[in-house]
Design a protein around this ligand. Structure first.
Ligand SMILES: NC(=O)C1=CN([C@@H]2O[C@H](COP(=O)(O)OP(=O)(O)OC[C@H]3O[C@@H](n4cnc5c(N)ncnc54)[C@H](OP(=O)(O)O)[C@@H]3O)[C@@H](O)[C@H]2O)C=CC1
Ligand SMILES: Nc1c(N[C@@H]2O[C@H](COP(=O)(O)O)[C@@H](O)[C@H]2O)[nH]c(=O)[nH]c1=O
Ligand SMILES: [Zn+2]
Length: 345
């Protein structure tokens, strides 16, 4: 990174670290701060990794979003993120961004990365090997990679090479950043989002007939969500009554794969099949019977509920939000309340 950043960086350092850096004015500044200050610095740079990782939102999928930062004495000398599936990982891009005059600092620098460095030959060579080759003595990892070919092997490889590895800084945030990837890798099933729109008194249709509950704007948002999912599913009754298109016509991006539950099929069997088909995210738009089936199978990770500002006399009742879900987001557009609920990770 640009040397002119040094003073800016110091402006937002906590007072204790500023004192440490100014007082020592040597290459040991970071290591001579108290363990507490070092922990604060670790969190701050991990926060930066998370910011960078999010730049991969559109391109990284189905890979996780990952960010990496290289720090020498309180100065960021390299940054990178995983921008495109099949291309360079965050660590590779971070090393590539280091200026030639800063290369010599790597043997005294710390590498921060939001996900454990890979140890396998995938579409690119192992990042753990690159880190070892660059001579970085300290690596701070946000969370372990649950991918079967990694699962701690990257951390082990670095430690075997004599590198100090700290694991679990801002761990919850690092895991939450890639919830679909984590569930897909850990549980060998897609990440499941239940989604519906209901009236103010909790009905999803009008006397068992389809009802337009969303506004044009909230419908557009629901098509955006569809575009972020690999597959979309409705129950047999919904399909027969509505012949839904289940596409992304009010947004852009690819249509998800369209699925209808036509006959009673155990949810876990369906999800195993979808895992084999590399479906990482599944949106289940209803109806209530199918929503209930996913909850009962304990296969639901997120719920999106829209509540309109009007009531109807009768219809199919929406399911209740199960007690182990917590509200993670709420927005209101023209009186329509959009809520997102997630399970504890
Ligand atoms: N406002 C909204 O967001 C939405 C509203 N809707 C509305 O909801 C209504 C339909 O909801 P609902 O009556 O609950 O029906 P569903 O659409 O949930 O379909 C239920 C049927 O799916 C079949 N099915 C297949 N596999 C399974 C399984 N593993 N578990 C349970 N059922 C399975 C069953 O058919 P069988 O018994 O024959 O095996 C079951 O009766 C419609 O009027 C529709 O318009 C629907 C989606 C969203
Ligand atoms: N009526 C209703 C929803 N209904 C859901 O959307 C499906 C119709 O999709 P499409 O044919 O692509 O428009 C329908 O089968 C049901 O799953 N969704 C909502 O967000 N808001 C609404 O008001
Ligand atoms: Zn890698």
């Amino acid at each position: 990174m640009d040397n002119s950043n040094v003073n800016d960086t110091e402006k937002w350092l906590p007072q204790a670290e500023k004192v440490a850096i100014n007082a020592t004015n040597t290459t040991q500044a970071i290591t001579e701060t108290s363990p507490c200050a070092e922990q604060t610095a670790d969190k701050r740079y991990m926060q930066r990794c998370l910011q960078l990782a999010k730049c991969g939102l559109l391109g990284a999928k189905p890979n996780p979003m990952v960010g990496a930062v290289i720090v020498y004495r309180g100065r960021i000398i390299g940054e990178g993120y995983h921008a495109h599936y099949g291309e360079a990982h965050a660590e590779v891009n971070a090393f590539a961004s280091v200026k030639s005059q800063d290369e010599a600092l790597l043997p005294q620098a710390t590498l921060y990365v939001s996900l454990e460095p890979c140890a396998h030959h995938g579409k690119t060579p192992p990042c753990a090997d690159l880190i070892i080759a660059k001579g970085v003595p300290r690596v701070v990892v946000g969370c372990v990679d649950p991918y079967a070919k990694v699962q701690g092997r990257g951390i082990e490889k670095l430690r075997q090479a004599g590198i100090e590895v700290v694991v679990g800084v801002l761990e919850k945030a690092c895991l939450a950043l890639n919830r679909p990837f984590m569930v897909y890798q850990r549980h060998h099933r897609p990440y499941v989002i239940l989604k519906w729109a209901q009236t103010a008194n909790g009905f999803i249709d009008l006397q068992q007939q389809a009802l337009a509950i969303s506004s044009p704007f909230t419908q557009m948002l629901s098509h955006k969500l569809r575009a972020e999912c690999d597959a979309i599913l409705v129950g047999k009754t919904t399909d027969e009554r509505e012949h839904p298109e289940l596409n992304t016509r009010h947004w852009w991006g690819e249509n998800p794969r369209r699925l209808v539950l036509h006959r009673h099929q155990p949810i876990d069997q369906l999800l195993s099949k979808l895992y084999q088909d590399q479906v990482q995210t599944l949106i289940v738009e209803g109806g209530a019977t199918v929503h209930r089936a996913f909850i009962e199978a304990n296969c639901c990770d997120e719920i999106h509920r829209e509540t309109a500002p009007f009531t109807v006399n009768n219809g199919t009742k929406a399911i209740d939000i199960p007690p182990h879900f917590v509200l993670s987001k709420q927005e209101i557009y023209d009186g329509h309340v959009l809520e997102e609920f997630v399970t504890e990770f």
